[in-house]
Design a protein around this ligand. Structure first.
Ligand SMILES: *Cc1c(COP(=O)(O)O)cnc(C)c1O
Ligand SMILES: [Zn+2]
Length: 397
């Protein structure tokens, strides 16, 4: 790794704090959710952000997410399990210009990450910290990409991986898990059904669970998108960010990164408006947002070609809704037919083959622009969360 002249080279993690009830948890032991039995919220890692660290330290660092290592939880660098995840490109929309007159629209393209999605970020952080804390077996419920990423990073870390995945997931997601040496369990149901079984079997067998936002550090890995967005936009954040929301890790993480960077003095107080895009199949967040509620209901309309968006009730729904409200954001749904059409349009016109989750942001952008919710002159960032190559089974060409 390149050496730098910054003040810190090591993790500045101090502890974990519950965003709901404020309970503090130690960072040097295994944590799941808040231990307050009436709370059980996702925990947020806290860092010492008052030390005057200069963002100039980033300049000589490798182009991966560990360039932000002060704000990641791994204490001993030898525990970092990395395959070069992160520092993905920001790419302007080029040939679909007719629809972006008056706006600057960019993709943050996560498809080039190891295992083909931004799940690599969260899993790299979580597996590294699990390794640091001595975990030997880990289990995960997944809609597809998280399972493949965990299988790969567990293989690299020498940790045993067990993956629970819905049967109705393209074959490649299953094959990659087996190729990386994980045990794969196929379930007739959604990620929620997988989650129940992972919990049951983990308690029986002493496995560590990496379920979305019931483990604190996947959030930290995905948060690095927020740091990158600031750095790549030269510390002037875009006006609007659209995010295909499953469990909401990236949305919450990006927002957390903005808070941290403001405390560091790296950015000002101006924030993008954050937009959740869901599949019509699982639209609990959209419904709750529109109804002014602080929590979502369980909604499962079955299969969607955007496997990563079939999350009937995100565990951190309260945090997702908080980000949408604090940012004056929005929430909307896209149908499978719209996603499929967008995926093909973007492939033909832009030469990018996106995951349906990412492609969903294009029709969502068009709707928000047509409604004048996105206004002339605004800079808009669409997060393409994964590669389309793994989803070809879902697409009628
Ligand atoms: C998991 C996943 C999502 C949803 O991510 P969250 O951060 O959990 O909301 C979106 N797109 C793809 C491709 C995914 O794999
Ligand atoms: Zn709590």
């Amino acid at each position: 790794m390149a050496t730098t002249t910054g003040l810190a080279e090591v993790s500045l993690i101090t502890n974990l704090k519950c965003p709901e009830c404020g309970t503090i948890h130690q960072a040097n032991v295994i944590n799941t959710v808040c231990t307050n039995p009436d709370c059980r919220s996702t925990l947020f890692a806290q860092y010492d952000l008052g030390t005057g660290i200069d963002k100039e330290i980033l300049k000589k660092r490798p182009a991966d997410m560990w360039r932000y290592r002060e704000f990641l939880p791994v204490v001993d660098p030898k525990n970092i399990v990395t395959s070069g995840e992160g520092f993905t490109p920001v790419i302007p929309v080029q040939n679909l210009k007719d629809f972006i007159i008056g706006n600057q629209v960019f993709w943050k393209d996560e498809s080039g990450n190891p295992t083909g999605s931004f799940k690599a970020r969260g899993i790299s952080a979580a597996v590294s910290k699990a390794k640091e804390l001595g975990v030997k077996v880990m289990a995960i419920p997944t809609a597809g990409n998280a399972g493949g990423a965990m299988a790969a990073y567990a293989a690299r870390a020498g940790i045993k991986a067990v993956v629970y995945m819905p049967k109705l997931t393209p074959q490649v997601f299953k094959d990659e898990c087996r190729l990386y040496g994980a045990d794969l369990v196929e379930i007739d149901g959604s990620i929620s059904d997988c989650g129940k079984l992972v919990n049951e079997h983990s308690l029986q067998n002493g496995w560590f669970q990496l379920s979305t936002l019931k483990e604190p550090y996947r959030l930290e890995g995905k948060k690095t998108m927020g740091y990158e967005i600031a750095e790549q936009f030269n510390w002037e954040l875009p006006d609007v960010i659209l995010y295909p929301t499953g469990g909401g890790t990236g949305l919450i993480g990006i927002w957390k990164a903005f808070d941290e960077m403001e405390q560091l003095g790296w950015i000002g107080s101006k924030r993008p408006r954050m937009v959740t895009v869901q599949s019509e199949s699982c639209d609990g967040i959209v419904r709750a947002f529109k109804a002014g509620k602080t929590e979502s209901e369980f909604v499962d309309g079955g299969f969607t070609i955007a496997n990563g968006l079939r999350v009937p009730k995100p565990y951190a729904d309260k945090q997702i809704l908080k980000v949408l409200r604090e940012s004056n954001g929005n929430a909307l749904t896209i149908s499978d037919a719209e996603m499929s059409a967008a995926l093909k349009e973007i492939a033909r016109k832009e030469g990018m083959l996106m995951a349906p989750e990412g492609a969903a942001l294009w029709p969502a952008y068009k709707k928000l622009k047509a409604d004048n919710w996105i206004r002339p002159g605004e800079r808009v960032l669409l997060i393409n969360t994964g590669s389309g190559y793994k989803y070809l089974e879902n697409i009628v060409i």
